[in-house]
Ligand binder design. Structure first.
Ligand code: C2E
Ligand code: MG
Ligand code: MG
Length: 236
Protein backbone atom coordinates (compact mmCIF):
# COMPACT_ATOMS: atom_id res chain seq x y z
CA UNK A 1 0.00 0.00 0.00
CA UNK A 2 1.03 3.60 -0.46
CA UNK A 3 0.04 6.64 1.59
CA UNK A 4 0.22 10.10 -0.03
CA UNK A 5 2.37 12.93 1.28
CA UNK A 6 1.14 16.41 0.50
CA UNK A 7 2.77 19.84 0.43
CA UNK A 8 0.54 22.03 2.58
CA UNK A 9 1.10 25.32 0.72
CA UNK A 10 -0.24 24.20 -2.67
CA UNK A 11 -1.83 20.83 -1.79
CA UNK A 12 0.37 19.07 -4.34
CA UNK A 13 1.27 15.43 -3.83
CA UNK A 14 5.03 15.29 -3.40
CA UNK A 15 5.50 11.73 -2.35
CA UNK A 16 4.10 8.66 -0.71
CA UNK A 17 5.23 6.01 1.74
CA UNK A 18 5.22 2.31 0.92
CA UNK A 19 3.48 0.50 3.79
CA UNK A 20 3.34 -3.26 3.65
CA UNK A 21 0.06 -5.13 4.08
CA UNK A 22 -0.46 -8.85 4.47
CA UNK A 23 -3.75 -10.34 3.35
CA UNK A 24 -4.61 -13.78 4.66
CA UNK A 25 -6.31 -16.24 2.29
CA UNK A 26 -9.69 -15.30 3.83
CA UNK A 27 -9.06 -11.66 2.88
CA UNK A 28 -8.40 -10.51 6.44
CA UNK A 29 -5.66 -7.90 6.66
CA UNK A 30 -2.78 -8.24 9.11
CA UNK A 31 -1.24 -4.96 10.23
CA UNK A 32 2.53 -4.53 9.91
CA UNK A 33 2.65 -3.77 13.63
CA UNK A 34 1.57 -7.39 14.15
CA UNK A 35 3.99 -9.13 11.79
CA UNK A 36 7.01 -6.86 11.23
CA UNK A 37 8.36 -7.41 14.77
CA UNK A 38 8.00 -11.17 14.24
CA UNK A 39 9.68 -10.94 10.82
CA UNK A 40 12.49 -9.01 12.47
CA UNK A 41 12.80 -11.66 15.16
CA UNK A 42 12.96 -14.53 12.67
CA UNK A 43 15.17 -12.69 10.20
CA UNK A 44 12.54 -13.01 7.47
CA UNK A 45 12.42 -9.22 7.35
CA UNK A 46 15.40 -9.24 4.97
CA UNK A 47 13.50 -11.18 2.30
CA UNK A 48 10.29 -9.24 2.95
CA UNK A 49 12.22 -6.00 2.73
CA UNK A 50 13.90 -7.05 -0.53
CA UNK A 51 10.45 -7.67 -1.97
CA UNK A 52 9.18 -4.26 -0.77
CA UNK A 53 12.13 -2.45 -2.38
CA UNK A 54 11.75 -4.28 -5.71
CA UNK A 55 7.98 -3.77 -5.71
CA UNK A 56 8.25 -0.05 -4.92
CA UNK A 57 10.83 0.48 -7.71
CA UNK A 58 8.58 -1.31 -10.21
CA UNK A 59 5.58 0.72 -9.06
CA UNK A 60 7.34 4.07 -9.47
CA UNK A 61 8.22 3.18 -13.07
CA UNK A 62 4.65 2.01 -13.67
CA UNK A 63 3.14 5.28 -12.41
CA UNK A 64 5.56 7.23 -14.58
CA UNK A 65 4.59 5.17 -17.63
CA UNK A 66 0.95 6.07 -16.87
CA UNK A 67 1.89 9.73 -17.08
CA UNK A 68 1.38 10.42 -13.38
CA UNK A 69 3.44 13.14 -11.69
CA UNK A 70 6.88 11.96 -10.61
CA UNK A 71 6.69 11.48 -6.87
CA UNK A 72 9.15 10.36 -4.23
CA UNK A 73 8.48 7.00 -2.59
CA UNK A 74 9.55 6.38 1.01
CA UNK A 75 10.56 2.81 1.83
CA UNK A 76 10.93 1.59 5.41
CA UNK A 77 14.20 -0.20 6.05
CA UNK A 78 14.70 -2.42 9.10
CA UNK A 79 17.92 -2.63 11.05
CA UNK A 80 18.64 -6.18 9.83
CA UNK A 81 18.29 -5.10 6.19
CA UNK A 82 20.53 -2.13 6.69
CA UNK A 83 23.12 -4.33 8.39
CA UNK A 84 23.38 -6.66 5.37
CA UNK A 85 26.82 -6.15 3.82
CA UNK A 86 25.33 -6.09 0.33
CA UNK A 87 22.48 -3.68 1.14
CA UNK A 88 23.80 -0.84 -1.03
CA UNK A 89 24.48 -3.17 -3.95
CA UNK A 90 20.92 -4.52 -3.66
CA UNK A 91 19.63 -0.97 -4.07
CA UNK A 92 22.01 -0.44 -7.01
CA UNK A 93 20.74 -3.64 -8.66
CA UNK A 94 17.10 -2.64 -8.19
CA UNK A 95 17.79 0.71 -9.82
CA UNK A 96 19.58 -0.97 -12.73
CA UNK A 97 16.91 -3.66 -13.19
CA UNK A 98 13.86 -1.40 -13.07
CA UNK A 99 15.36 1.75 -14.56
CA UNK A 100 13.81 3.78 -11.73
CA UNK A 101 15.12 7.31 -11.24
CA UNK A 102 17.10 7.02 -7.96
CA UNK A 103 15.93 10.53 -7.02
CA UNK A 104 12.45 9.03 -6.54
CA UNK A 105 13.66 6.72 -3.78
CA UNK A 106 13.80 7.74 -0.14
CA UNK A 107 14.88 5.17 2.42
CA UNK A 108 13.40 5.58 5.89
CA UNK A 109 15.47 4.39 8.82
CA UNK A 110 14.83 4.91 12.51
CA UNK A 111 17.11 6.59 14.99
CA UNK A 112 17.98 3.26 16.62
CA UNK A 113 19.40 1.97 13.32
CA UNK A 114 21.34 5.17 12.87
CA UNK A 115 22.87 4.87 16.31
CA UNK A 116 23.95 1.23 16.12
CA UNK A 117 27.29 1.82 14.49
CA UNK A 118 27.45 5.47 13.48
CA UNK A 119 30.68 5.19 11.47
CA UNK A 120 29.51 2.35 9.24
CA UNK A 121 26.00 3.83 8.97
CA UNK A 122 27.52 7.14 7.83
CA UNK A 123 29.56 5.33 5.18
CA UNK A 124 26.54 3.42 3.92
CA UNK A 125 24.42 6.56 3.80
CA UNK A 126 27.13 8.32 1.79
CA UNK A 127 27.16 5.43 -0.69
CA UNK A 128 23.38 5.58 -1.02
CA UNK A 129 23.48 9.32 -1.54
CA UNK A 130 26.13 8.88 -4.20
CA UNK A 131 23.57 6.75 -6.06
CA UNK A 132 21.14 9.69 -5.91
CA UNK A 133 18.87 8.08 -3.29
CA UNK A 134 17.73 10.18 -0.31
CA UNK A 135 17.46 9.13 3.31
CA UNK A 136 14.94 10.06 6.00
CA UNK A 137 15.05 9.51 9.74
CA UNK A 138 11.69 7.99 10.68
CA UNK A 139 9.73 8.43 13.92
CA UNK A 140 12.03 11.19 15.05
CA UNK A 141 11.72 12.21 18.66
CA UNK A 142 10.25 9.02 20.10
CA UNK A 143 13.33 6.83 20.54
CA UNK A 144 16.68 7.64 22.01
CA UNK A 145 16.87 10.79 19.93
CA UNK A 146 20.43 11.76 19.36
CA UNK A 147 20.76 15.30 18.11
CA UNK A 148 24.33 14.40 17.19
CA UNK A 149 23.11 11.77 14.72
CA UNK A 150 21.19 14.46 12.82
CA UNK A 151 24.36 16.45 12.63
CA UNK A 152 26.81 13.64 11.81
CA UNK A 153 24.73 11.54 9.44
CA UNK A 154 23.83 12.81 6.00
CA UNK A 155 20.03 12.69 6.32
CA UNK A 156 17.81 14.57 3.89
CA UNK A 157 14.62 14.51 5.88
CA UNK A 158 13.19 14.18 9.35
CA UNK A 159 9.80 12.56 9.88
CA UNK A 160 8.13 13.81 13.05
CA UNK A 161 6.72 10.93 15.02
CA UNK A 162 2.95 10.52 15.01
CA UNK A 163 2.93 10.61 18.82
CA UNK A 164 3.63 14.36 18.81
CA UNK A 165 1.22 15.13 15.98
CA UNK A 166 -1.62 13.19 17.61
CA UNK A 167 -1.59 15.33 20.75
CA UNK A 168 -0.86 18.57 18.93
CA UNK A 169 -2.76 21.60 20.21
CA UNK A 170 -1.36 25.09 20.75
CA UNK A 171 0.84 25.67 23.79
CA UNK A 172 1.12 22.03 24.84
CA UNK A 173 4.39 20.18 25.36
CA UNK A 174 3.78 18.38 22.03
CA UNK A 175 3.54 21.80 20.38
CA UNK A 176 6.92 22.76 21.90
CA UNK A 177 8.58 19.50 20.85
CA UNK A 178 7.21 19.54 17.29
CA UNK A 179 8.24 23.19 16.93
CA UNK A 180 11.73 22.38 18.17
CA UNK A 181 12.10 19.44 15.75
CA UNK A 182 10.99 21.58 12.79
CA UNK A 183 13.32 24.41 13.78
CA UNK A 184 16.26 22.09 14.36
CA UNK A 185 15.74 20.23 11.09
CA UNK A 186 15.40 23.36 9.00
CA UNK A 187 18.41 24.98 10.67
CA UNK A 188 20.41 21.91 9.66
CA UNK A 189 19.06 22.17 6.12
CA UNK A 190 16.85 19.08 6.39
CA UNK A 191 13.34 18.70 5.05
CA UNK A 192 10.53 17.86 7.46
CA UNK A 193 7.45 15.68 7.08
CA UNK A 194 4.82 15.34 9.78
CA UNK A 195 3.21 11.93 10.13
CA UNK A 196 -0.28 11.11 11.32
CA UNK A 197 -1.93 14.43 10.46
CA UNK A 198 -5.64 13.87 11.01
CA UNK A 199 -7.15 17.33 11.53
CA UNK A 200 -7.03 20.77 9.92
CA UNK A 201 -5.98 22.17 13.29
CA UNK A 202 -2.88 19.96 13.38
CA UNK A 203 -2.04 20.81 9.76
CA UNK A 204 -2.37 24.56 10.32
CA UNK A 205 -0.28 24.47 13.47
CA UNK A 206 2.43 22.41 11.74
CA UNK A 207 2.39 24.78 8.77
CA UNK A 208 2.80 27.76 11.11
CA UNK A 209 5.93 26.07 12.49
CA UNK A 210 7.39 25.81 8.98
CA UNK A 211 6.60 22.14 8.38
CA UNK A 212 5.63 21.95 4.72
CA UNK A 213 4.96 18.30 4.07
CA UNK A 214 2.20 16.28 5.67
CA UNK A 215 1.20 12.66 5.72
CA UNK A 216 -1.93 11.46 7.42
CA UNK A 217 -5.56 10.41 7.21
CA UNK A 218 -6.56 14.07 6.64
CA UNK A 219 -5.06 13.75 3.15
CA UNK A 220 -5.30 10.06 2.42
CA UNK A 221 -5.03 6.65 4.03
CA UNK A 222 -2.59 4.02 2.86
CA UNK A 223 -4.13 2.54 -0.29
CA UNK A 224 -3.37 0.03 -3.03
CA UNK A 225 -1.11 1.27 -5.84
CA UNK A 226 -4.00 1.42 -8.32
CA UNK A 227 -6.06 3.49 -5.90
CA UNK A 228 -3.22 5.95 -5.32
CA UNK A 229 -2.86 6.26 -9.11
CA UNK A 230 -6.57 7.15 -9.33
CA UNK A 231 -6.24 9.52 -6.37
CA UNK A 232 -3.41 11.37 -8.15
CA UNK A 233 -5.43 11.59 -11.40
CA UNK A 234 -8.48 12.99 -9.59
CA UNK A 235 -6.45 15.63 -7.80
CA UNK A 236 -4.76 16.73 -11.00
P1 C2E B 1 5.89 4.15 9.96
O1 C2E B 1 6.97 3.91 8.98
O2 C2E B 1 6.11 5.22 10.95
O3 C2E B 1 4.58 4.43 9.08
C1 C2E B 1 3.57 5.33 9.42
C2 C2E B 1 2.41 4.62 10.06
O4 C2E B 1 1.46 5.61 10.49
C3 C2E B 1 1.65 3.70 9.11
O5 C2E B 1 1.17 2.61 9.86
C4 C2E B 1 0.48 4.58 8.68
O6 C2E B 1 -0.63 3.85 8.23
C5 C2E B 1 0.20 5.30 9.97
N1 C2E B 1 -0.52 6.55 9.76
C6 C2E B 1 -0.28 7.48 8.81
N2 C2E B 1 -1.11 8.53 8.94
C7 C2E B 1 -1.91 8.25 10.00
C8 C2E B 1 -2.98 8.97 10.64
O7 C2E B 1 -3.36 10.09 10.27
N3 C2E B 1 -3.55 8.37 11.74
C9 C2E B 1 -3.14 7.15 12.19
N4 C2E B 1 -3.78 6.65 13.26
N5 C2E B 1 -2.14 6.45 11.61
C10 C2E B 1 -1.53 7.00 10.54
P2 C2E B 1 1.24 1.11 9.33
O8 C2E B 1 1.01 1.07 7.86
O9 C2E B 1 0.36 0.28 10.20
O10 C2E B 1 2.75 0.73 9.58
C11 C2E B 1 3.26 0.65 10.89
C12 C2E B 1 4.74 0.52 10.90
O11 C2E B 1 5.16 -0.72 10.33
C13 C2E B 1 5.47 1.59 10.05
O12 C2E B 1 5.56 2.80 10.77
C14 C2E B 1 6.81 0.91 9.86
O13 C2E B 1 7.63 1.06 10.99
C15 C2E B 1 6.41 -0.56 9.74
N6 C2E B 1 6.37 -0.91 8.30
C16 C2E B 1 5.37 -0.75 7.40
N7 C2E B 1 5.74 -1.20 6.19
C17 C2E B 1 7.00 -1.66 6.33
C18 C2E B 1 7.96 -2.26 5.43
O14 C2E B 1 7.71 -2.43 4.22
N8 C2E B 1 9.18 -2.60 5.95
C19 C2E B 1 9.48 -2.38 7.26
N9 C2E B 1 10.68 -2.76 7.70
N10 C2E B 1 8.63 -1.82 8.13
C20 C2E B 1 7.40 -1.48 7.67
MG1 MG C 1 8.11 5.08 7.79
MG1 MG D 1 7.07 6.90 11.07
Amino acid sequence: FYQPQVRKTDHQIVGCEALIRWFKPDGQMVSPDAFIPLAEYTGLIVEIGDWVIAEACRQIVKWECEGLPPIRVGINISAAQFREPDFVSKITNNIAETGVDPARLELEITESVAMEDPASVARQLQELKALGVSVAVDDFGCGFSSLGSLNRLPFDRVKIDRAFVRELTPATSEDCIARLIVKLASSLGLQVTAEGVETDGQALLLESMGCEEMQGFLYGRPMAAVALGEWMKERR
